[in-house]
Design a protein around this ligand. Structure first.
Ligand code: 5AD
Ligand code: SF4
Length: 440
């Protein structure tokens, strides 16, 4: 019998990348092997994101391309999952009647059943009910062969209801996995040779709330730090309002915890932060940064910023620029505010014209490039521990890895070093990477 193939197109965040790995593991149980070649596919799954309007638009243009494949191959099953599926459900069939399957963020674990039914009956399925999301998070998915780094979902959903954000509506309320299940999964990854794990959740600081055993995120980090074989741990995303002293101390106490934090600030203006329902002020955010830097002077800090939120004046925007000047982030993801149906901010007055948003975004990006380069250049001449991940895509005689501070480093070297931690002298800093030499 010919092998059947699955092609997954993933949009959006690390959570989605992890969900796609779990999707691949599940669909594999129905006899489908994951392929990177869409022309070979018998099932195509588009794992979508709808956090911003642009993300949703990208999905539709991609769908248009897959539609042609469907007309060429009669038995091809075309499925759409993730946040856009959760948001639009059956309405997607009006835009894309050729879809065979639409499944929401809480229905991943039912994929084998859905695909089995479609194979047998050819009927369309739409399922976007919220159900036990812990089931979806716990799907065992071995890492891709030779993977050095892996993602592990520790919680799903979010209870914060920032006024601009659809996540609580599309991913549901916060739900944590049991520490034991997480630890077992990481032990399994370590056995496959994984050296670095990134713990995923919309707000990892809330980990454990709602679990009966009273365990919290620092407890979990301490347990993971003891797993043999796991040399590095990271986590994302951390909400500034819940970043505790106990968690900050972990940077000092836990050797595997890497010196990097992603701490989205969104705005530097107290008025806008309040309207966003973020739960902290500019100066409270700065205090957290100072504490982090006191405990861990070399910590690299990345963040997210939204420009053009309703009511954002020039003065409010200047506060964001001020904050950036004070913190000097290592990297920053910056976005124009994008209105999302169902969120509180839809009803806020004083919408900002697109041209103003564009101008502010450019100013943020210009300043951030300067800061990123400055922070990267400060590493020139230093010896950094690099965990080698793979052969570089651009140059086959180079290997690529990351520093503990999460910076990409390219080094002349061979595949024998993959999975090794090596000392590297940083010779040259660029905007998106560093270049270094192996130190023997
Ligand atoms: N408009 C613009 N950016 C948004 N983000 C979330 N929702 C929106 C929105 N409606 C950004 C935030 C968040 C990141 C994942 O996406 O900065 O931290
Ligand atoms: Fe969205 Fe705010 Fe939750 Fe982050 S914390 S997922 S921005 S609601």
């Amino acid at each position: 019998m010919n092998t059947k193939h699955l092609y997954i197109h993933t949009f959006g965040c690390q959570m989605n990348v992890r969900d796609s790995e779990q999707i691949a593991a599940l669909v594999n149980t129905c006899g489908y092997k994951r392929t990177q070649d869409v022309r070979k596919a018998d099932v195509i799954i588009i794992n979508t994101c709808s956090i911003r309007e642009k993300a949703a638009q990208k999905v539709f243009s991609q769908l248009g391309r897959f539609k042609f494949l469907k007309s060429e191959k009669e038995h091809l099953i075309l499925a759409l999952g993730g946040c856009l599926a959760q948001q639009m459900g059956r309405r997607l069939l009006e835009k894309a009647p050729y879809l065979d399957l639409i499944f929401g963020t809480h229905n991943i674990h039912r994929l084998p059943e859905f695909i089995g039914t479609i194979e047998k009956t050819g009927l369309k399925i739409v399922e976007t009910e919220f159900c036990d999301s812990v089931k979806s998070m716990g799907i065992p998915a071995p890492p891709e062969q030779g993977s050095v780094c892996a993602y592990v979902t520790i919680m799903q959903g979010c209870n914060n209801f920032c006024s601009f954000c659809v996540v609580p509506y599309l991913r549901g309320r916060e739900e944590s996995r049991l520490a034991k299940d997480i630890i077992d999964e990481i032990k399994m990854l370590a056995e496959y040779g994984v050296k670095e794990v990134t713990l995923l959740g919309q707000n990892v600081n809330s980990y454990g709330k709602g679990l009966s055993n009273g365990s919290n995120f620092p407890d979990l980090l301490r347990k993971i730090s003891k797993i043999s074989g796991i040399k590095r741990t990271r986590f994302t995303t951390s909400h500034p309002k819940d970043l505790s002293e106990e968690l900050i101390r972990c940077y000092m106490e836990l050797e595997p915890l890497c010196e990097h934090i992603h701490l989205p600030v969104q705005s530097g203006s107290d008025i806008i932060l309040k309207k966003m329902n973020r739960g902290y002020t500019h100066s409270e955010y700065m205090q957290k940064i100072e504490k982090l830097r006191k405990v861990c002077p070399n910590i690299s800090i990345s963040s997210d910023v939204i420009v053009g939120f309703p009511g954002e004046t020039d003065g409010d925007f200047r506060e964001t620029i001020n904050l950036m000047e004070k913190v000097r982030f290592d990297s920053l993801f910056s976005f124009k505010y994008s209105e999302r149906v169902g969120t509180a901010a839809v009803n806020f007055a004083q919408k900002i014209p697109e041209a103003v948003k564009e101008e502010r975004l450019k100013a943020v990006q210009f300043l951030q490039d300067k800061h990123t380069l400055e922070r990267n250049r400060a590493m020139e001449g230093k010896v950094e521990e690099v965990l080698v991940e793979k052969i570089s895509k651009k140059c086959k005689s180079d290997i690529m890895g990351r520093t503990r501070s999460n910076k990409i480093v390219n080094i002349a070297g061979n595949s024998g070093l993959i999975g090794e931690m090596v000392p590297v002298l940083i010779k040259q800093a660029y905007l998106h990477s560093l270049r270094g030499d192996l130190r023997q």
